[in-house]
Every structure is written in structure tokens, then in C-alpha cells.
Design a protein around this ligand. Structure first.
Ligand code: FCB
Length: 451
């Protein structure tokens, strides 16, 4: 299996702070600490106290990245580690950790790509209403500006938010993610305030000297299985994809989306005067892609897994999801063509902006024996998706790079340690790292390209 002719296409791996860092004592608390420490919220009771112990194993992980031969590493900065409480003064030990990370990457010739918010909201800000409170957008912009100032010239590419859809709709509508609230109307307000925070942050970061600033969305191709399901699919698409792209393009909230959620909100939190800030031009757009969403007739019995459940869709009409073929552990359909469909959604919604795949990967059963950790499905998944993206690039699409999710097995949010996406295995008990077959494969492709 080969990555076909990547040329100067950037290839990397991604992680996020709460999922790998641990060292809970060295930072302020976040909503995922509160959520995961509440019994029943995370399936196996895992918390972020140790995670992958990345903070204490930084040098080892930097060497792992260098061994892999990646061009770039996408990580996230923990807001409560660098600015405990979410506002006010910065933590010197928190900054020192990311200094060592960023400088260590640069010393190894790896481009640092930093995400400012991958869901670990300081708990103190959630106590004030979290993302449903417009003030949180301003706090986020202040924090982002402080990071831009501190890392100017060293962090080459920035993402403001990771997947605001998840924060808004899993966090505030289905309650499946932190902070675990189930308020469909408020979740729309959270989505709006997240993009407002992004826009305010971009403005302030630029003024502070940061360049190459984007945002990462989880865009999902949504397909109606039958003509009768087209309206339901359009509703899901409006909230999954269009609302975010419309806000980022400065178009505000469309009349279709407004009408489809009129039963749960009057949209009074939307102000046309915000459109310039919301639509502040970005330098690049990141797309995270895992699967396609096929919308079918509602089923009589509610499926339990998140992939099947529609509770995260505000004002959701009767519908269900109908994944095809062999499913991943997450219950997600494997559909490599969909990665290009997701990029097309981005291209159409926000024309002329360079694209990156910022996450793509799969949770499967790995088989460990004396010879190593075997994950042939993952290797094929990565190869098929990267090659689909490269084909689209050769056909003229402006897509510049790809990050596999994830460098290492980690805390998969509400699924805890039960779902593993890493190309490097992490033993949950000892945190020992073992590159899987997929990591050896990725390395061979990366190194082969450089010779
Ligand atoms: C994405 C998240 C990432 C990881 C993958 C599997 O939605 O951004 O942190 O959990 O899913």
C-alpha cells in the first residue's frame, strides 16, 4: 500500500491537550475534568488526571514524532494550563511546557500547528454560562491574543477552534460531551458564540503578529437515502455544515436554518452587526473527516450509539442514520470518497481558502503479539483516504496537507480508553508507547518520499 506521489503535500499527525497531557495538578480545571469525574459520563470512568502522561514524556514523544518523519504536528494548547481560570494572568509553568514542545518540534524540523481550543473550557467560564454566554467569546479572544504574542514567529500555523459543532451540539444539545447540558435552543447560541469567539480571536491575533490563522470544522457529507428524507437531510446539513460556513463567510444565519429551528429559538442572539467579525477572512480552513451520514426513515427502536442517535441535532425531525458495509468500532461507515465530498462542501461554502485535512483516522481492534501491534484496517483506511485527497489535489483542488488522527491512542472523550485511534499504541496502565504496524507504514511512506 502506497501514498501515491504526494509531492510537497504536507503529512502529519494530530493530538489534543485533554486527550493526552495528564498532569491535572499543573493546570486549572476544565469542563472535561468535571464531566469525566461525574459517574456515568465517560463509559469506563477514565479521567484526564494522567491520560497519556504526555507532559512528563514530552521528550520521548518529540523523539517519536522525529522517528516517524512527519512534516508537521498538530496539537492543542490547553487554555486552563496557560491561563488558569480562563482569564487574567498567564501561568509561567504552563507556557514553559508549550515552549519546550514548540522549540522541540522546531529543533527537529517539524512544523508546529497549534489549535487554541480543542474543547477544554476552563471550568470557571462554564460556571458563568460557558459558550451560551457571549462574554466567553471575548475571553477566548483575549487568551488567543496572549498566545499569539507569546509564540509569535515560532508557531507557523494556528487554528482557533476544533470542531465547534461538537462543543455546541454534543456539549449543549445531546449532553453527550462536556459540559453535558441538554438545551437545544441554547446549543444554537453556543454555536454562534463559538464562531464569534473565533472571529474576535483572529482579529486580535493578527494585530499581535500571528499569521496563517484558520479554523477546523468537522464537515460531513449528508445523503438522503430516499426522496422522502430530503427535508430531514437538509435540516441536518444546515446544522452540521452550513451554519458554520455561512457564519465564517459573513453571510449570517440562513433563512432556511432559522426556519428549521424556529420551534426552539427566536434567534435573538444573532446580530447582523456581528457579520464582519464572524466573517473575518481566514488564511486556511481545516476539515476533519471520519464518515458519511446517510439519513433514513426513523427506526422504531432507538439505537444506543452516538453514530445512530439523533439527540445532538437541535429540532431534529424524525429520522435515523443508516451506515453501510463494515462499520468501525465507533459504528461509523468507512467511506474514503466522502473525504473529497467533505472538502467540496468546504470549497463551496468558503471559496478560495486553502484547505487542510486536520483529522482523519479510525478506531479498530488492534491485535498485539510478540511481533508487534497489527492494525491492517487502519493502514488501509489511512492510505485510501490520503490517496483520495491526493487525487482531488491533482484534479485542481487547493488542499495542502493531511493529519492522521492520532499520533497515539488516547482518551476518546466519552468513550474513554475503549476506542483507540492511535498509530502508536499506549498502554492505559503504564502509558508505554509501541508503534503499531500503521505507524511503521506511515513512517516508510514519509521517509521514502524524502529520499
Ligand atoms: C474528533 C475529535 C478528536 C477525536 C476524533 C476521533 O471529533 O476532534 O479529538 O476524538 O474525533
Amino acid at each position: 500500500m502506497e501514498i501515491r506521489d504526494p509531492g510537497d503535500f504536507e503529512l502529519g499527525v494530530a493530538t489534543s491537550s485533554w486527550q493526552i497531557e495528564g498532569d491535572i495538578a499543573g493546570r486549572g480545571r476544565c469542563t472535561w475534568d468535571d464531566f469525566s469525574e461525574t459517574p456515568g459520563r465517560v463509559i469506563d470512568g477514565a479521567t484526564g488526571a494522567v491520560a497519556c502522561d504526555h507532559v512528563n514524556r514530552l521528550e520521548e514523544d518529540l523523539d517519536l514524532l522525529a522517528w516517524l518523519g512527519v512534516d508537521a504536528y498538530r496539537f492543542s494548547i490547553s487554555w486552563p494550563r496557560v491561563m488558569p481560570g480562563g482569564t487574567g494572568s498567564l501561568s509561567s509553568s504552563g507556557l514553559e511546557f508549550y515552549d519546550r514542545l514548540v522549540d522541540g518540534l522546531l529543533a527537529r524540523g517539524i512544523t508546529p500547528v497549534a489549535t487554541l481550543y480543542h474543547w477544554d473550557l476552563p471550568s470557571e467560564l462554564e460556571a458563568e454560562g460557558g459558550w451560551v454566554n457571549r462574554e466567553t467569546a471575548h475571553r477566548f479572544a483575549e487568551y488567543s491574543e496572549a498566545m499569539a504574542r507569546h509564540f509569535a514567529g515560532r508557531i507557523g500555523r494556528w487554528a482557533t477552534l476544533n470542531e465547534p459543532w461538537c462543543t455546541a451540539f454534543l456539549g449543549y444539545c445531546s449532553g453527550y460531551f462536556a459540559p453535558g447540558r441538554t438545551e437545544p435552543g441554547a446549543s444554537l447560541e453556543a454555536a454562534y458564540n463559538l464562531i464569534l469567539g473565533h472571529g474576535l480571536a483572529v482579529e486580535r491575533m493578527r494585530a499581535a503578529g500571528a499569521t496563517d490563522i484558520g479554523i477546523v470544522l468537522n464537515l460531513i457529507p449528508i445523503v438522503a437515502e430516499t426522496p422522502s428524507m430530503e427535508a430531514a437531510a437538509a435540516h441536518a446539513d444546515g446544522l452540521q455544515n452550513r451554519i458554520f460556513l455561512d457564519l465564517l463567510a459573513g453571510r449570517g444565519v440562513s433563512n432556511e436554518v432559522r426556519a428549521s429551528c424556529a420551534s426552539i429559538t427566536d434567534w435573538s442572539f444573532v446580530h447582523d452587526s456581528d457579520n464582519v467579525t464572524l466573517g473575518t477572512p481566514i488564511d486556511w480552513l481545516g476539515v476533519n473527516y471520519y464518515t458519511v451520514m446517510r439519513v433514513a426513515e426513523p427506526k422504531s427502536t432507538e439505537a444506543a450509539s452516538i453514530g445512530q442517535d439523533t439527540a445532538h441535532i437541535p429540532a431534529c425531525p424524525p429520522m435515523s442514520f443508516a451506515p453501510r458495509g463494515e462499520l468501525t468500532q465507533m459504528g461509523w461507515e468507512i467511506y474514503p470518497e466522502g473525504i473529497v465530498d467533505a472538502l467540496r462542501i468546504a470549497e463551496r461554502g468558503l471559496p478560495g481558502v486553502p484547505l487542510w485535512i486536520c483529522e482523519n483516522g479510525v478506531a479498530v481492534d488492534d491485535v498485539a503479539d510478540d511481533a508487534g501491534v497489527h492494525d491492517p484496517i487502519r493502514t488501509k483506511y489511512l492510505a485510501d483516504h490520503i490517496n483520495a485527497v491526493l487525487d482531488a489535489r491533482r484534479a485542481g483542488m487547493d488542499v495542502r496537507g493531511y493529519f492522521a488522527w492520532s499520533l497515539m491512542d488516547n482518551l476518546e472523550w466519552s468513550s474513554g480508553w475503549t476506542m483507540q485511534f492511535g498509530i502508536v499504541r499506549v498502554d492505559p496502565a503504564t502509558c508505554e508507547r509501541t508503534p503499531k504496524d500503521s505507524a511503521h507504514w506511515y513512517r516508510s511512506q514519509l521517509l521514502g518520499r524524502k529520499t
